[in-house]
Design a protein around this ligand. Structure first.
Ligand code: PGA
Length: 249
């Protein structure tokens, strides 16, 4: 039985003071869940979030990382830097980074390898555009993204990699993929991993992301191959995000 991982992605929202306010309320609201709860926050909020998450079941993650250990990369943060301060998770290849910051399948693969080599738990995002969905190439596009992201990984590393299937047309738009459509793609992702790496595919956590909210979480997370979610907008409010985490209560 795969454990569900429900992760918030704050994107470019909240400063350390907002983070403190959120963390005063949130951990108490989700303390009874047996699922994994993660908050991926802006770099400047990591310290505050980790300090206030200490002793709770809330895990903290970053939203991006560089694949080199150190060096002349102005504005970047490395995997070792995150690891050294105790960050546990990192989002890699979010569609917004692919779209606006030149993230490629190749850089995603490098970042994934660096994260795994340093014991960070990666959440790798994949997903098609509306045009691709309408052209009927979702399966081909998404499974190719998965294959290129996982290239060169060992089975053990694959088992530690979380995939977030996020159809781009559903992100921040209020349009959620139907639970059946979302699950269908998650099944394709798992099949592709099985073709490439074998039975370890059964262990891989595959999340759905894209306008997840408390009103649709139970249906989405109840599907056979959806192992939790990556939640943007609805993770900014502690009450709303806690309802998503407690979807089965
Ligand atoms: P959303 O974002 O929940 O606001 O649609 C999800 C994401 O981009 O991770």
């Amino acid at each position: 039985m795969r454990r569900k991982v429900i992760a918030g992605n704050w994107k470019m929202n909240k400063n350390p003071m907002d983070t403190a306010k959120f963390m005063e309320a949130f951990p108490e609201l989700v303390k009874d869940t047996s699922d994994e709860v993660v908050l991926c926050v802006p770099y400047i909020d990591l310290f505050k979030a980790m300090e206030m998450a200490a002793g709770t079941n809330v895990k903290i993650g970053a939203q991006n990382v560089h694949y080199e250990e150190k060096g002349a990369y102005t504005g970047e943060v490395s995997v070792t830097m995150l690891k050294d301060i105790g960050v546990e998770y990192v989002i890699i290849g979010h569609s917004e980074r692919r779209q606006y910051y030149n993230e490629t399948d190749e850089s995603v693969n490098k970042k994934l390898k660096a994260a795994l080599a340093n014991g960070l738990k990666p959440i790798v995002c994949v997903g098609e555009t509306l045009e691709q969905r309408e052209a009927g190439i979702t399966k081909d596009f998404v499974t190719t993204q998965v294959r290129l992201a996982l290239e060169g990984l060992s089975n053990k590393e694959v088992a530690k990699t979380i995939i977030a299937y996020e159809p781009i047309w559903a992100i921040g738009t209020g349009k959620t993929a139907s639970a059946q459509d979302a699950n269908e793609v998650c099944v394709w992702v798992r099949e592709e991993i099985r073709n490439l790496f074998g039975d370890v595919a059964e262990e891989v956590i595959i999340q759905y992301g894209g306008s997840v909210k408390s009103s649709n979480a139970a249906e989405l997370f109840g599907m056979s191959d959806i192992d939790g979610g990556l939640v943007g907008g609805a993770s900014l409010d502690p009450e709303e995000f806690s309802k998503i985490v407690n979807y089965n209560k």
